[in-house]
Each structure stands twice: as C-alpha cells, then as structure tokens.
Design a binder for this molecule. Structure first.
Ligand code: PLP
Length: 372
C-alpha cells in the first residue's frame, strides 16, 4: 500500500516507538503516586512536556496534556466561555475550521453564545478587512486554525492575533496540522496540538496556554495538570509525544524540503487537467487537494484500493457528506465530488508518490473514456 493520507494520521516514528517501549513493557507506575517509580514516571512526563514546549517555541505559557486535540479544542472554547466576564458573549470563527471547532462552537451557540462564522475567500484565506469589521467589544474569543487539514491553506494567525488582542478578545488557534510541519505563528493565547499528526502515538494531544489565560477545567477529578485537567496521564503516550516533538524540531527543515520536492514531483506526475483547491502560495506543501472535471473521486478510491488517500478530512470521507471546507471555497457539489486529498510527508518515497500519481491520472482518464 502507498500511504498518502498524512493529514488523517502519520506513521509512528521508529525513535518514538523505541522511547515508548519501556513505558509499555516494564514501567507501569502511576506518575501521580509518590513512590520512587511514580516519581520516575512523573519526571519522564516533565521531560516530554519540555520537549513539546521547545518544539512549539511559543513564549509566556505552558502545555497541559489532553487525550486528543479534540479534547484540547473543547476545553479551550468551553473553558474560556466558562471564565468569561459579563459583556463578552461573542465567538468568531471561520467556515473552514475542523469539526472539533465548528461543532463545539455550535454547541456553545445553543447554550446562548453569539456565534459568527465568517465566510472564506475562494482561495481558502480569510479576508482580514471582514474580520476587522466584525471585531467589537462583545467578542470574547476568535478561533482560527493555522493550517487547514483538508486543503493545507495557511492563515496569517500572528496578524489576526494582533487584531484580536487590540479588540480586547482572546485568540485560540488549532495548530494540529501546523505543529511539527511549519513554524507556529506567534500570538495566540491558546493553541491545540495532537501527537499522531507528527509521528507520535494516538490518544494524546495538548493545549498550550498563555499564563493567566488558562480556560476553566473541562474535566474534573484528581486535580492533575495543575488542577486544570484531571485524569491519570499515560507516561508512554507523553514520552512518545515528547520524542515525536523533539524529532520534528530537529528535522523540521529537512522534512519541509522533502515535502516540497514531493509536491513538485506529484504535480509533474499527475499531468494536465487537475485543478488545485485552495491557495498554492499560502500553503503547506504536504497537502495536495485537487479536482478534475467529471471525475468521481469515490470511484477513484474504490478503483485504487492499494493507495490510501482521502476525499477530504477523514471524518468527511466517512460521512458521505460533501466537504464543508470545499463548499466554503465556493465549489459546487459536483466539484467537491471530483476532489481528492493527497497527503505526504517524512516517510513518503518519491518513486511511490510518482507511481501513485501516474495511476491516479490513468484511472481518471479511464473514467472519462467510460463516461464519454
Ligand atoms: N484539528 C485538525 C485540524 C485536525 O486535522 C484534527 C485531526 O484530524 C483534529 C483537530 C483532531 O485531532 P485529534 O485526532 O487529536 O482529536
């Protein structure tokens, strides 16, 4: 199988698996218990926290581990609303956010939050003038991601954070697809990340919080993570996340250059007739979301079963719903149905990607012949 779904998840790095191994095979102590073994586990978790914080390279805050980025996002949004003073009751987000943000915002709207979902331009970027017109003294929080999971388009989150702060509001950013792949934008008060997108294990994420801007707890119990997020931490998962972050930090230029070369060779191999969805200029190049007139993308997936690629987000692919991100770019129903997402990264071999793209182009041409 040729794996081209790096936005859905990434293979665990061998270095990560090795770092986790003793914490699965031998060391089982509860990191919150006072025994020597417990303290050893707690110390390993603190090393991992520092590795994640160093790789994030954001100043003035710290990381709390969560069970996923989805949890971190729920916590950031709901916990900020919980802490809000009187008068600020508005959340602004954009139409291309991940479901974890959009669905949480909708849930908050049902509880009385005034929600504004801004439309996007045809290239998947936010019109900053539009945002400026919306920012008023009722805005509590603005939530805008750094790199989109479906189309790879990057938003100017540092500039947006400045605007948001001038309006006296807080800035949250979902950096799940940005972390470990591009330098994180400075400025947000709250940032969510996930280990399994950076060659770490599934089942662990984190929320970076600017000091003094911590959201109210979402999960109550034993008071772990400075009383902000209860629940026994898994040393294996934390150590794996730390090792993955350290590796991503060390290899970031090498990985990015590799991905850029892959992007160019994929486009060459696909040949003419494909249209790139979303901005090419403002994009993480490990995401190639493309469409082709008349192609049935679901049929391509069925015809090429030994290629792992996707129709959009992993969630959208499963649901059969047309991608809300592509719809937000102005694509019609047929165009969303003709779109595929190829995601590649550190362990993708150039010859495999080229082979996959040749086969995709051939299968698309065959569809055209059959439908003619
Ligand atoms: N946000 C974005 C942009 C994502 O791509 C994902 C994963 O698909 C998530 C949030 C959720 O991450 P997790 O799988 O850690 O809950």
């Amino acid at each position: 199988m040729i794996y081209l779904d790096y936005q859905a998840t990434t293979p665990v790095a061998p270095e990560v698996a090795r770092a986790m191994d003793p914490w699965i095979e031998e060391k089982f102590a509860n990191p919150h218990s006072p025994s020597r073994w417990g303290r050893e586990a707690a110390a390993a978790i603190e090393v991992a926290r520092k590795q994640v914080e160093k790789a994030m390279d954001l100043k003035g805050g710290s990381v709390a581990f969560t069970g996923s980025a989805t949890e971190a996002i729920n916590w950031a949004l709901k916990g900020t609303v919980e802490n809000a003073g009187k008068g600020r009751n508005r959340i602004i987000t954009v139409a291309t956010e991940h479901a974890a943000v959009l669905d949480t915002c909708e849930w908050l709207a049902a509880k009385g939050i005034d929600l504004t979902i801004l439309p996007m331009k045809g290239d998947g970027r936010l019109d900053l003038d539009l945002l400026a017109r919306e920012l008023d003294d009722r805005v509590l929080l603005v939530a805008i991601m750094m790199v989109n999971n479906e189309i790879g388009v990057r938003q100017p989150v540092s500039a947006i954070s400045e605007m948001v702060h001038k309006a006296g509001a807080l800035m949250f950013s979902d950096a799940v697809q940005a972390f470990g792949r591009v330098e994180l934008c400075k400025g947000p008060d709250l940032v969510a990340i996930s280990a399994h997108k950076i060659h770490g294990p599934k089942g662990i994420g984190a929320l970076w919080m600017r000091k003094g801007k911590e959201p109210a707890p979402l999960i109550h119990g034993g008071g772990q993570e400075q009383g902000l997020r209860s629940g026994t931490l898994s040393p294996a998962l934390c150590v794996g996340f730390g090792a993955a972050a350290k590796l991503a930090d060390e290899r970031c230029t090498r990985d990015y250059d590799h991905v850029q070369r892959l992007w160019k060779s994929a486009l060459d191999a696909l040949g003419p007739g494909w249209i790139i969805n979303g901005s090419v200029e403002h994009r993480y190049p490990g995401n190639l979301n493309i469409r082709r007139e008349g192609v049935d993308a679901a049929r391509l997936i069925a015809d090429l079963r030994d290629l792992a690629f996707s129709l959009g987000s992993a969630c959208a692919s499963g649901s059969g719903r047309p991608s809300h991100v592509l719809r937000a770019l102005g694509l019609d129903y047929r165009e969303t149905r003709s779109s595929i997402r190829l995601g590649f990264g550190r362990y993708t071999k150039q010859h495999e990607l080229v082979d996959a793209c040749h086969r995709l182009a051939k299968a698309a041409l065959e569809q055209e012949k059959l439908d003619a």
